[in-house]
Design a protein around this ligand. Structure first.
Ligand code: PLP
Length: 396
């Protein structure tokens, strides 16, 4: 006997995995250079030099038993203090180690926060389309009901009326993710202020706080004039889930944190609930070598030039061909409207006819769009352009 819910989750087909596996197989047949894989969000720029230097230094300098030992569940005090100090300086906050709980990346941070917030049997947590598909799994695992606010397809900001229409007295939290996966949109300060106003009014009406869960693995990946507002400045009841996976190109090292600023309602109790929820999902501590690396590298920033070149090339080439998309200002994704509105069919045809691998938007809450991850080799983008052209021509 085993749990059928988890069996289904473990065997449910993943479109991204299917595309990636297809690409690997096709590469053996037609050659790697003839497969155009835009499926995965794996960083394609090297980590800042200080990351590897710190790893070497720490491995060489720290006593072996201390190096590989456990830390307390929230992480080393001095490592958390270093991150708190960096955030406080950069974002004009007053954070300390006690506001931070290190996790094994943003995903477990997010799961712990959802579990901590799912206070009632029928608690609701709202995501805004388009959204990271794993949110559905994580929210439902917490016992809460997952609700989706419709996309603002004009510019992939937030459809405030759409959020308002699905808020209820059972709403515990609204998830925001900016810069956004899959659209690359960066929510403006104005958008966030409107959302904050709505949530304040509704919190008052319902007599309990509605939190924002701000999932920010792409906070440092922003281009041109776009700026990522620091959400706790705009809405006091904001909880941050952060990851160093994308900003330092270390997704396999599994390090991130939950940040609950003091200004957040019931901050201390919430922190304790996050600690308890983490304990319940088997968190012992996040990798201690990585905690020490982060302590040294809290201020390190990615060199975004390569992503930015990819972004400019793919956006200008595709829009010239006639594809419709909102210019991405952050992350390393672009969300493109399928020419006939059916992204499943577009993705299938692109894969079969051209070895062009794009992710259909159904799982992101927008079935008429497909996602491109442009964290790829620049030359691959150039080689793939005739395939995009042939695809749009096929629909004319
Ligand atoms: N949230 C979003 C929006 C993501 O895109 C990802 C990963 O791609 C995650 C969370 C999970 O990140 P991590 O690798 O830190 O668990």
């Amino acid at each position: 006997m085993f749990n059928t819910k988890y069996y289904q989750l473990g065997t449910a087909p993943s479109v991204i995995r299917k595309l990636f596996a297809y690409g690997l197989e096709q590469a053996k047949i037609v050659g790697e250079e003839n497969v155009y894989d835009y499926s995965l969000g794996n960083p394609s720029i090297p980590s800042p030099a200080k990351v590897n230097q710190s790893i070497h230094k720490i491995v060489d300098d720290v006593e072996p038993l201390k190096l590989h030992g456990y830390s307390m569940a929230p992480g080393f005090d001095d490592a958390r203090a270093a991150v708190a100090e960096s955030l406080s300086r950069r974002f004009d906050m007053d954070l300390n180690a006690g506001n931070l709980f290190f996790t094994c990346g943003a995903a477990p941070a997010f799961v712990a926060v959802c579990k901590a917030l799912a206070a009632l049997d029928n608690s609701e947590i709202i995501a805004i389309a388009p959204f990271f598909p794993e949110y559905r799994v994580f929210v439902e695992e917490s016992g809460a009901i997952f609700k989706v606010a419709p996309a603002d397809k004009e510019n992939f900001q937030i459809d405030i009326d759409g959020v308002s229409a699905i808020l209820s007295s059972r709403t515990q939290a609204v998830i925001i993710n900016s810069p956004n996966n899959p659209s690359g949109a960066v929510y403006t300060e104005e958008t966030l202020r409107e959302l904050a106003g709505l949530l304040r009014a509704k919190s008052k009406e319902y007599g309990h706080q509605i939190y924002i869960i701000s999932d920010e693995p792409y906070r440092e990946l922003v281009y041109g004039d776009a700026r990522v507002p620091f959400v706790p400045h705009i809405y006091e009841n904001s909880i941050i889930c952060y990851s160093f996976s994308k900003s330092l190109s270390i997704p396999g090292e599994r390090i991130g944190y939950v940040c609950i600023p003091d200004r957040c309602a019931d901050a201390q109790a919430l922190y304790a609930a996050v600690a308890g929820a983490s304990r319940a999902i088997g968190h012992v501590c996040s990798p201690t070598l990585m905690q020490r690396v982060i302590q040294e590298c809290a201020d390190e920033m990615p060199d975004l030039e390569a992503y930015d070149q990819n972004r400019r090339l793919i956006y200008s080439a595709l829009t010239k061909m006639g594809y419709e998309c909102v210019r991405p200002d952050g992350a390393f994704y672009m969300f493109v409207k399928a020419p006939n509105g059916d992204a499943n069919r577009f993705s299938e045809k692109a894969m079969k006819d051209f070895n062009l691998l794009v992710v259909p938007g159904e799982g992101f809450g927008c079935p008429d769009y497909f996602r491109l991850s442009y964290c790829v080799d620049h030359e691959m983008i150039k080689r793939s352009l005739p395939a995009f052209q042939a695809m749009i021509d096929a629909y004319k």
